[in-house]
Design a protein around this ligand. Structure first.
Ligand code: NAG
Ligand code: NAG
Ligand code: NAG
Ligand code: NAG
Length: 346
């Protein structure tokens, strides 16, 4: 009988003791686990929190002991997600993400004209590393374009590996007598095609008309050679056979000018010379000559320019030719003291 009573007494006592002094399940900590998972914990029993994979300990205590009171102390433990490093930059492409935390996704894309070589999405793993390596944006390549008929390649930019890539250029020119229509330069486009390739068409110009007082030189590149002296060419020396089948220009030979006075001292090419001695042949088209006039009030001389335009030269109105007899007492205006600036035909 006694042993039975004693046993029940012992059990009851044990129960009372335990009821007041055990700890319940410990508080949950986000992204962390407790090493020993139980319903109740004995006084003095120690538990340790560990952050989940992909999270690291940020602050607070990890270890807690079930106290005599049976109430767990306030839990201060905090775990935060691990961060992966910025995976970029991606040349010729873009990177899209919200954050770089554990489990986050990063998306890659390429600019027009570039193709993604590699994976387009990577994920931050528990060890703080990305699950794959950064992809590359590789330029689109264009195959060799078809040559225009009667055309040749005049310039071709090749990229490493002897390929044409996005934005590379190729230029063409046509064989002699063929004119190029379209754009002489084509570009490798984002879709892997070349922009329009030009065409070469046969073009013939009529036999160039002869020019008055000159001749056409066909020997080299259909050149209009200088006019017969003393005619001078007005405009460029060369005329091109245009795509339209006509000549770019028809140059003309311009006539020289006779000086319409019999006697005068003039300024020509910076020198004072006598028309009757040195300019019997006149001057060439487009050349300029200065006549001297007299200012009677101030008794000084001034010069007035005049230009030869295709055989026409106008003598300034103020010029007075001095006759042979007058020259005995009249001074040539060219010999007078030059007038002060601003004094002229008054
Ligand atoms: C990396 O993660 C992304 C996104 O979850 C997935 O699509 C891809 O297949 C993974 N790559 C590798 C090499 O595991
Ligand atoms: C590229 O092409 C040229 C001529 O077509 C050739 O001489 C050269 O060896 C090539 N280079 C490479 C790297 O293939
Ligand atoms: C020719 O094409 C290039 C691109 O390939 C462009 O940049 C250029 O403006 C074009 N030229 C003309 C005259 O259209
Ligand atoms: C490239 O050019 C070819 C021939 O003109 C055409 O059939 C094809 O659709 C073009 N490709 C693209 C992507 O535009």
């Amino acid at each position: 009988m006694y042993p039975t009573v004693l046993f029940w007494w012992a059990v009851t006592l044990a129960h009372c003791t335990l009821a007041g002094n055990v700890c319940p399940k410990p508080p949950e900590v986000p992204f962390a686990k407790v090493d020993v998972n139980k319903i109740i914990y004995e006084r003095g029993e120690e538990i340790t929190y560990t952050c989940d994979p992909g999270y690291s300990h940020h602050s607070g205590l990890k270890k807690y002991v079930c106290p005599w009171s049976g109430k767990w102390p306030i839990n201060t433990m905090r775990c935060i997600p691990k961060k992966c490093s910025y995976p970029g930059p991606l040349r010729n492409g873009g990177i899209d993400f919200i954050d770089l935390n554990y489990q986050s996704l990063v998306h890659f894309s390429c600019e027009p004209g570039y193709i993604l070589n590699g994976i387009d999405t990577i994920q931050c793993m528990a060890d703080g590393q990305w699950n794959a390596t950064l992809p590359e944006c590789q330029p689109v390549t264009c195959p060799l374009p078809s040559l225009p008929e009667f055309g040749v390649i005049s310039y071709h930019k090749l990229s490493p590996g002897n390929v044409s890539v996005f934005q590379d250029k190729i230029s063409f020119e046509c064989l002699p007598s063929f004119a190029l229509f379209g754009n002489e330069t084509a570009t490798c486009m984002a879709n892997g095609n070349w922009s329009d390739i030009p065409t070469c068409k046969y073009v013939q110009c009529p036999h160039p008309a002869t020019i008055e007082n000159g001749f056409v030189n066909f020997a080299v590149r259909r050149t209009f050679s200088p006019c017969h002296s003393p005619y001078v060419l007005d405009g460029p020396r060369e005329s091109r056979c245009e795509k339209t089948g006509s000549w770019s220009i028809k140059p003309t030979c311009k006539a020289p000018c006779k000086i319409p006075v019999s006697k005068a001292t003039v300024l020509y090419n910076g020198r004072k010379i006598k028309v009757q001695n040195d300019l019997k042949e006149g001057i060439l088209h487009a050349e300029t000559l200065f006549f001297f006039c007299k200012n009677k009030e101030q008794k000084c001389g001034y010069s007035v320019p005049t230009q030869c335009i295709d055989g026409q030269l106008t003598v300034p109105a103020c010029f007075k030719e001095i006759g042979l007899l007058q020259s005995i007492w009249k001074t040539d205006p060219a010999e007078l003291a030059p007038c002060a600036a601003g004094v002229n035909s008054k």
